[in-house]
Each structure stands twice: as structure tokens, then as C-alpha cells.
Design a protein around this ligand. Structure first.
Ligand code: AMP
Ligand code: GLY
Length: 427
């Protein structure tokens, strides 16, 4: 009999539904569990009543059921050491341990590593004292960036236009603790101008496989206006990411980062996601994430033909050198369908009507749940309507056509996803 495999995916957003969807295309995958999953993941696997932050519960379950591979989606359990503890229990895991996850969990750790490896990044200072922070802020040009050191669900970054604004952000983070303990330390850095690019690499700590590059749209409003969100849409590949640029990113950014991790005794097996600014002087690191991006995953995975079991399993085993990535030509684009009031105060609980999507498109569930046989809104980012095809324009048309097949009260989405590559659309 042909071999069959089982997978446990930690998390319950669009990223995890897309991961499950990509695994499920592989006939060798016999079973996928999600902890906790959402209404969409329940259709392709089994949802476990275990939140991604219930480390003890997940470890207990995994020791008993012994899934063939565990993929950890979100940063919070990675920073809390879930991957370490699963590995200690003998499981195969895609995701760095707590030390490696500091690359995302501590902006000062990340900056120290970047500086020590001479990797291009914004000039910055890291402070635990308000007065010293404000003094350093005064030495930078007035347009600058104030960042809470720790995890703040993507919210701990303030772009200040004046020294007064910067000082206010410093006081709010450090003295008023608006982001809790994440603001006990702040990083203050120079503002970098340019276009942003997300480069994801799968790594076993020594070898890298670079995945199709992506661009996301962080602001809630069209034309990149309004509040920051977790991401309102994305597309891949980014036309700006030429093979030459990606070589530069690999040689000057990703490989030196792995060397810096190794020098610190860290065995990093997982996703290295570089948030880059393409400046006039070349690509510079804004941040690292220790996991797949959301919604970037929803556009990267439809372009990957190498089975995830092989790709992510090889990284978990420390054996990535044997993989040569197969991708499909063309592009993918995703549009996030958000709850009313998102990101400030999302209104939840509405019933979602779902239709049937066409070929080469998919609706990935993010903030949804099943209740009394109905699919309900359960989070700010509700669904990710995704399309792919031979070019970005086709992918965009398919994504927006897929978006039209669903509705719920107050649903909103950006109509200009992909505008930097394709120009604005008004629908
Ligand atoms: P981060 O969580 O560090 O990636 O910051 C979130 C967002 O803030 C980034 O995606 C950028 O849009 C912006 N940002 C962060 N650092 C800088 C910087 N040094 N210059 C300009 N924009 C930045
Ligand atoms: N889309 C940005 C992130 O996942 O951090």
C-alpha cells in the first residue's frame, strides 16, 4: 500500500486554511488536524478544541496522536516555545524554537543580529528608559519610527512625523504601556522610504528555499489610507522582485541571518519571512517574522507545486538541500473580506452566505466559525477571496469574482488590491 501521512496545523486563520488546502491536494495526505481551525478547515480536516496558545493541551494531544508533521502557523506559540516542546516529545515540527522566534518576538534581538551581521537595515537605538529614548529620538530626523520591542499583534509600530509625535509614542508605549509589556523596551529607528516586499524562505537552519515573493496591503483603505491592519490583501509574485534582487536578498540578507542565528547556537527550522523596504540604496530589513505571513500565504501556496509534505518536512528534518522548488508560472491575488468596524472594533456574529467559486480560485476562511449549522463571522478578517492564473490581471479578476460569491452584513474589502502592479480599479 502507498504510504500515507498525517499533519497537525496550529492556528485558525486564512493562513492555516491555505496551508491545509495545499496539503490536502497531495493524495498521500490521509488526515489533517487543526488546532483550533475555523469553519473552512473543518471541511478539509478535523478541528480540535485547542486554541493555538494552549501549549499543554496541544503537546498532550500530539504525544498521543503522533501526527507525522506539525506546522505552527502563528508567532505567539512559537515565541512561547511550542516547537521546542514538541521536538522534545519526539515530533517533527516546522517552526523555530523560542530562541529563534525572538527574531520576531524581540525587535532588539532582531536589530542586534542584523547589525552584528552587517545586514542592511534602518539605523536604530533600543531603550528601556524614557528619557534616553527621547534623547535618541531627538538626534534622528523628525520623520522616524517608534516600535514596541515585543509582540503587539502587528500594532506596536508608530510612524512619527515630528519629534513631538515620536515623544508621545515613546511615553505611551513605555510609561502608559498601551501595548502592555511589549513596550517595556522600545526601538527607535530612521524612516526608510520605498516600496515594501515580503520574501519568505523555508529553511532548515543551513539551507534556504526562497518562495515566490509577495506584496501585502496593510492599510484598511484604498490607496493605502486609514488604519493599519493585519493585511487587507496580497499578491504574488511581486514584479519588483527580479531574480537579481532576490539573489541580493539571499546573499546579503537571508544567508547572513542564518549565519547570525547559527553563531548564537540557534537551530532554526521553519519560515524566515523578511519584511523588506526597497530603498534607493537597495533592499533593507524592516522586520523578520518567524512564520508564514497572512494573507501572503494565501497567494504563495497556490503558486507552489512541490508538495508541502516534502518541502516543509525536509526543513523539519534538517534536510532541505535535497529540495528543488517547483512553482507554477503566473500569479495569485487575494482580497480580504473584513467584518464591519475592522480593524478598530469589528462587529461579529453575522451569518455568512457562501456561493460556489469558479475554477482557479478559492475562498480561504479566516475569522469564521460554525454555529447551529451556519457559518458565522468570528473575527475581523473573515475570508480571503483568492484567484490565480497565467498573469496578475487574470488572478485579480478571479479573486474579485470569488469575492462576489460571498456576503455578510457589513462586509467590506479593498477594491484596489494589486494596484502598484496593475493600476487602480474601481468596481
Ligand atoms: P514592522 O512590524 O517592523 O514591519 O512594522 C510594520 C510596518 O511599519 C511595516 O510594514 C512598514 O510599513 C512600517 N515600517 C516599519 N519600520 C519602518 C521604517 N524604518 N521606515 C518606514 N516604515 C517602516
Ligand atoms: N501580512 C503581514 C504579516 O503576516 O505579518
Amino acid at each position: 500500500m502507498a504510504e500515507t501521512y498525517t499533519v497537525l496545523i496550529i492556528g485558525g486563520g486564512g493562513r492555516e486554511h491555505a496551508l491545509g488546502w495545499a496539503f490536502a491536494r497531495d493524495p498521500r495526505i490521509q488526515k489533517i488536524w487543526f488546532a483550533p481551525g475555523n469553519a473552512g478547515t473543518a471541511l478539509i480536516g478535523s478541528n480540535l478544541p485547542l486554541p493555538a496558545t494552549d501549549l499543554a493541551g496541544i503537546i498532550r494531544w500530539a504525544k498521543t496522536e503522533k501526527p507525522g508533521l506539525v506546522v505552527v502557523g502563528p508567532e505567539v506559540p512559537l515565541c512561547a516555545g511550542l516547537a521546542d516542546r514538541l521536538r522534545e516529545a519526539g515530533l517533527r515540527v516546522l517552526g523555530p524554537g523560542a530562541q529563534g522566534a525572538q527574531l520576531e518576538g524581540s525587535k532588539s534581538f532582531c536589530k542586534d543580529l542584523l547589525v552584528s551581521q552587517k545586514i542592511p537595515t534602518a539605523r536604530a537605538g533600543s531603550f528601556k528608559d524614557v528619557t534616553e529614548a527621547i534623547r535618541f529620538s531627538g538626534s534622528l530626523p523628525c520623520r522616524q519610527v517608534v516600535k514596541a520591542d515585543g509582540l503587539a499583534a502587528g500594532k506596536g509600530v508608530v510612524i512619527a512625523e515630528t519629534h513631538e509625535e515620536a515623544a508621545k509614542a515613546i511615553r505611551e508605549m513605555m510609561a502608559d504601556r498601551v501595548f502592555g509589556d511589549a513596550g517595556a523596551r522600545v526601538l527607535i529607528e530612521e524612516f526608510l522610504d520605498g516600496e515594501e516586499l515580503s520574501v519568505h524562505a523555508v529553511t532548515d537552519g543551513r539551507n534556504l528555499v526562497i518562495l515566490p515573493s509577495a506584496q501585502d496591503h496593510k492599510r484598511v483603505g484604498e490607496g493605502d489610507t486609514g488604519l493599519n491592519t493585519g493585511g487587507m490583501g496580497a499578491y504574488a509574485p511581486a514584479p519588483k522582485a527580479t531574480p537579481e534582487l532576490l539573489r541580493e536578498v539571499r546573499d546579503k540578507i537571508l544567508l547572513p541571518t542564518l549565519a547570525g542565528l547559527a553563531a548564537r547556537g540557534i537551530d532554526y527550522r521553519g519560515i524566515l519571512y523578511a519584511g523588506l523596504m526597497l530603498t534607493r540604496e537597495g533592499p533593507k530589513v524592516l522586520e523578520f517574522n518567524c512564520r508564514f505571513g497572512d494573507p501572503e500565504t494565501e497567494v504563495i501556496l497556490p503558486l507552489i507545486e512541490t508538495p508541502l509534505w516534502d518541502l516543509l518536512g525536509a526543513a523539519a528534518d534538517g534536510d532541505l538541500a535535497k529540495i528543488s522548488l517547483q512553482t507554477r508560472t503566473g500569479a495569485a491575488l487575494t482580497v480580504v473580506l473584513a467584518a464591519p468596524g475592522y480593524p478598530a472594533q469589528p462587529v461579529l456574529g453575522q451569518k455568512i452566505q457562501m456561493g460556489k467559486t469558479g475554477a482557479d480560485s478559492a475562498i480561504f476562511h479566516a475569522g469564521t466559525k460554525m454555529a447551529a449549522g451556519k457559518i458565522m463571522v468570528a473575527g475581523g478578517r473573515v475570508l480571503a477571496a483568492t484567484g490565480w492564473g497565467d498573469d496578475l490581471q487574470t488572478a485579480r479578476e478571479r479573486a474579485y469574482a470569488a469575492a462576489k460569491t460571498v456576503s455578510f452584513e457589513g462586509m467590506h474589502f479593498r477594491r484596489d488590491i494589486g494596484y502598484r502592479a496593475l493600476g487602480k480599479v474601481v468596481r
